[in-house]
Design a binder for this molecule. Structure first.
Ligand code: NAD
Ligand code: ZN
Length: 344
């Protein structure tokens, strides 16, 4: 079967021909219907050999959806052909975090080498993929897999971050999303769907600011110092109550620290490698700075329900499996609108 694989450190991913996998006991084989391309893929492919820990060759794609093609021994309760999304952050399934559905914070995943698909295990950018356990399947029902596959990460990650800040996002408060790409354009919609806060998006690119406005942002501003003053004005002098930094660079975190008021939340969502110095006088007192990673299984179901309600939708550009390497070229060039989706 065909797969899009990262084969050599520093080289572009390529389409290869590999054996079709067989599901072992407890596993499920999916015929992939869609796979999303995330900026985190580009991040891991930018790592030097000494920091790269995901194995080679690596079949990419940690956002996956497919039809059930084969059930391994002991798996029951699924129809062949059923359409499912894959919950990506795989854990051990039995520790305290996993018991709560928070496999993203599994206590044993690292030491037992339990890796997400596309980030250590073979991912969804292939004709078929193995899901290691049926608890990582979520039924899609009528939801179109191509339109919704990105909800498994680009939807789930901001949903988890925003959900945590909901009690603070009172009507009239200002929520800021930095970086209006795959995750950011979902963050804008999730904020509009779940809160009565004013939503401001910041991006360097005019196209991305336009996308943010198109999907419901109240304001879209350039990612620069002057926008901090603008956000103060928009918030009646108060400042931002929650910032979802989907870039996470030094420059964006510095802006985040300057735009918030006391007791605000700053979520460092992006892997931009930046940091925000936190001390007694800065950022404002009781600002909570945190770095959410992905989300829980039940939150994924909630995100899919938001899509079913028509409250959120993913802006997508589709590519064939043969074209998969171009998705990353387009991502690198910053010319994708929303999420690039590979459709085998
Ligand atoms: P993307 O490429 O789709 O979008 C990134 C957007 O950020 C683009 O619109 C770009 O113009 C904008 N941008 C870049 N630098 C900027 C700056 N200095 N100021 C403002 N905007 C800027 O990327 P994505 O797939 O949405 O991923 C966003 C980030 O989130 C990546 O770093 C990715 O690795 C990370 N990520 C984190 C998690 C997590 O669990 N925390 C999950 C998925 C992705
Ligand atoms: Zn991702």
């Amino acid at each position: 079967m065909k797969a899009c694989q990262y084969v050599e450190i520093g080289a572009a991913p390529k389409v290869t021909d590999i054996p079709k996998p067989e599901p072992g006991p407890g596993q499920v084989l999916l015929k992939v219907s869609a796979a999303g391309a995330c900026h985190s893929d580009e991040f891991i492919m930018s790592l030097p050999a000494e920091q790269y820990a995901y194995g080679l060759p690596l079949t990419l794609g940690h956002e996956g959806a497919g039809e059930i093609a084969e059930l391994g021994d002991g798996v029951e309760g699924w129809e062949l052909g059923e359409s499912v999304a894959v919950y990506g952050p795989w854990g051990c399934g039995t520790c305290h975090a996993c018991a709560q559905g928070k496999e993203n914070y599994c206590r044993y995943a690292a030491e037992r080498n339990i890796r997400p698909p596309g980030l250590g295990n073979p991912g969804a950018m292939a004709e078929y993929m193995i899901v290691n356990d049926q608890r990582h399947l979520v039924r899609l029902g009528d939801l179109d897999p191509v339109q919704n596959v990105a909800l498994t990460d680009a939807g789930l990650t901001p949903y988890h971050a925003i959900r945590t800040s909901l009690p603070k996002l009172l009507p009239g408060r200002v929520a800021v999303v930095i970086g209006a790409g795959g995750l950011g354009h979902m963050a804008v919609q999730i904020l509009k769907a779940l809160t009565a806060a004013t939503v401001v998006a910041l991006d360097l690119k005019e196209d991305a600011r336009q996308l943010a406005l198109d999907v419901g942002a109240d304001y879209a501003l350039p990612s620069e110092r002057a926008s901090v003053d603008e956000i103060r004005k928009i918030s009646g002098g108060l400042g931002a109550t929650a910032v979802f930094d989907c870039v996470g660079a030094d420059a964006t975190l510095a802006l985040a620290g300057k735009m918030v008021h006391e007791e605000a939340d700053i979520a460092v969502v992006g892997l931009g490698g930046g940091s925000l110095p936190v001390g007694f006088l800065f950022p404002p007192h009781e600002t909570r700075v945190w770095s959410p990673y992905w989300g829980s299984r039940s939150e994924l179901e909630e995100v899919l329900d938001l899509a079913r309600l028509g409250a959120i939708h993913v802006e997508t550009e589709s590519f064939t499996l043969d074209e998969a390497p171009t998705v990353y070229e387009r991502m690198h060039a910053g010319t994708l609108r929303g999420r690039g989706i590979v459709v085998p």
